[in-house]
Design a protein around this ligand. Structure first.
Ligand code: DUC
Ligand code: ZN
Ligand code: ZN
Length: 459
């Protein structure tokens, strides 16, 4: 099967030029000016941007959480991702207490296999790691799961102590693996929550008011300090505020390999979105939305490379029957929000159209940097001869209004309802196959393949 993409403006993290792209089967085989050859399919990309498929390295399809589970599974969630110009996700498998690491990975393979619209990899949420399990961590890496998420939050569920974090960082770091840290002091936060509930503060906005930025900054500081002692890199997930960013900045200025991602919700939404009533449950996610002033600092961090990646932390729960579990107690609202479909267009609009970042940096933040950080480059994350033909034809001028009506995520609200943005995903190819054409899904469940990842090449 041969496909020719003609007349497009190719943007990668470093290039910006007009050329045609020949795809043979699953890969890019030739890039050149005015290519003329017999092919099966020609896609005209005149006046369009041709960009590498987005990589979202932080999703939670079907994650069991707070007595329910995330409403997108690997079928609906990856289809929605494709609609939004994302062709790779890295989801979080979970090793629950008492389980082996490999058991956790196998469980997630069962959830995903045969269902996905796009390629996918796994990190592993690790909730236990004794000395006798280190070998297993190395086995997980050999199986292509080269990064491990650990939580300083959610005592009794996901939280691990500092000794376990140190052990994991030492073991992963030794082999080029990466610890992804949910950095929030969950033990102190739980005390603050107890006091709030005792005062009758039960509305969703108290989720934010009981998780101060300093709790995140303390977590980031501690994560980086432990990483430094373990002589390993560390990657801070879903960084939400200036206080936490300053910890990363200071470490990077000292030459410490500390990396971090932020998410669109922290760039475009704020604590004001909680309001006073239960509608605010839509925005109950962890870390919570912050004061607006943090947004400019996060953009500065993205521009100056103190933040390297924009992911989503896509973890949707419907208002009906799911968020409602916490109607009388904010601490029982399942934590998480949808976003996998909106990330690429939102960052194009808020970043490039609104003059905060260049086109190249937009591609780097939404695709290339994640490929490098998580061992997928140059198979993924760029448009180059030999790379997978994961390609998005993006209309930079067309406008759209975000909202539930046009969304494909399996959830009953959209956090950006009514937001008008410039930039629309028109056509998406996943390993050479057209999966989205003029906004319509053309693929089938199981098109996506599991990605055995290598190690980080960002250092
Ligand atoms: N944050 C969320 O909002 N949901 C799931 C897990 C997490 O860290
Ligand atoms: Zn987290
Ligand atoms: Zn998460």
């Amino acid at each position: 099967m041969k496909t020719l993409i003609k007349n497009g403006r190719i943007i990668t993290a470093v290039d910006d030029y007009r050329a045609d792209i020949l795809i043979e089967d699953e890969r890019v085989s030739t890039i050149g000016a005015k290519l003329e050859m017999e092919v099966d399919n020609v896609i005209d990309a005149s006046d369009k941007l041709v960009i590498p498929g987005g990589i979202d390295p932080h999703t939670h399809m079907e994650l069991p959480f707070g007595g329910t589970k995330a409403s997108d599974d690997f079928l609906t969630g990856t289809r929605a991702a494709a609609h939004g110009g994302t062709t790779t996700i890295i989801d979080f498998a979970v090793q629950y207490k008492g389980e082996s690491l490999i058991q956790g990975i196998d469980n997630w393979h069962q959830k995903a296999e045969g269902k996905t619209a796009i390629d996918y990899g796994f990190h592993l949420i690790t909730t236990e790691l004794e000395d006798n399990q280190i070998e297993e961590l190395h086995t997980a890496m050999d199986e292509g799961v080269t990064s491990f998420k650990m939580f300083m939050a959610y005592p009794g569920v996901f939280l691990v102590d500092d000794a376990t974090i140190f052990r994991a960082m030492s073991a992963a770091g030794e082999r080029g693996g990466l610890i992804c840290m949910h950095a929030e002091n969950g033990i102190v936060i739980n005390e603050i929550i107890k006091h709030a509930l005792a005062k009758g503060h039960t509305a969703p906005k108290y989720h934010a008011l009981t998780r101060p930025t300093i709790a995140e900054a303390e977590g980031v500081h501690r994560a980086i300090a432990i990483a430094e002692m373990a002589e390993s890199p560390v990657y801070i997930v879903h960084l939400s505020c200036a206080d936490a960013l300053n910890q990363v900045r200071q470490a990077r200025d000292r030459g410490i390999p500390a990396f971090a991602e932020t998410c669109p919700q922290y760039l475009f939404l704020s604590i004001d979105d909680y309001g006073d009533d239960f509608e605010g449950a839509k925005y109950v996610m962890t870390p919570p939305l912050r004061e607006k002033a943090n947004q400019a600092e996060l953009w500065k961090g993205l521009k100056m490379d103190d933040l390297q990646i924009i992911s989503t932390d896509h973890c949707p729960f419907c208002m009906k029957e799911q968020k409602e579990l916490g109607r009388n107690d904010f601490s029982k609202i399942p934590n998480g929000a949808p976003g996998v479909e909106n990330r690429v267009p939102l960052i194009y609009n808020g970043g490039v159209v609104e003059n905060r970042i260049s086109l190249n940096r937009f591609v780097e933040l939404t695709s290339t940097a994640a490929a490098k950080m998580f061992g997928l480059f140059p198979k993924k994350g760029t448009i180059a001869v030999g790379s997978d033909a994961d390609i998005v034809i993006f209309d930079p001028e067309k406008e759209q209004t975000l909202g539930l009506k046009t969304s494909h995520m399996n959830v009953d609200y959209n956090t950006y309802e009514g937001k008008k943005i410039k930039g629309v995903v028109e056509t998406v190819l996943s390993r050479g196959k057209v999966v989205i054409q003029n906004g319509e899904y053309k693929g089938k469940p199981g098109d996506g393949q599991f990605l055995k990842r290598g190690t980080c090449v960002s250092m």
